[in-house]
Design a protein around this ligand. Structure first.
Ligand code: 5GP
Ligand code: ZN
Length: 112
């Protein structure tokens, strides 16, 4: 069982931001900024390595295209950050690949 598969299938409710046949974007349950939305492929991939290795590009492309839709829907086109935590050392806690879209405030802490 995978909690994000359950969210993608509507078995667990979520605050949807955008949805189509391939992807779902929904608000994080524990936001770290005024805007904190997660983008997931509706097909299960464990992590970004799995997605970038075993997808033919369909879901990867759909996830990336959703970034702009979330930015528009959330009115954060002045700027935001996209984060993927990958596997244990990357701090990934839900093993269904997801991209965090974080914004709604001027972000200052930078790792790069
Ligand atoms: P990770 O640490 O794996 O990169 O991020 C997992 C994220 O999923 C966390 O920010 C956490 O708050 C969020 N999350 C975990 N369970 C749920 C849930 O049931 N619903 C929603 N909306 N977010 C969740
Ligand atoms: Zn899953």
């Amino acid at each position: 069982m995978c909690i994000f598969c359950d969210i993608a299938e509507g078995k667990i409710p979520s605050k949807k931001v955008y949805e189509d046949d391939l992807v779902l974007a929904f608000d994080d349950i524990n936001p770290i900024a005024p805007v904190h939305t997660l983008i997931i492929p509706k097909k299960h991939f464990d992590d970004v390595i799995d997605l970038s290795t075993n997808d033919d590009g369909t879901y990867l492309k759909a996830c990336m295209e959703t970034i702009g839709k979330v930015a528009s829907a959330k009115n954060i086109e002045s700027g935001f950050r996209v984060i993927n935590n990958c596997r244990e050392d990357g701090g990934q806690t839900v093993m269904h690949v997801h991209f965090h879209v974080i914004g709604g405030v001027k972000l200052t802490e930078k790792m790069l």
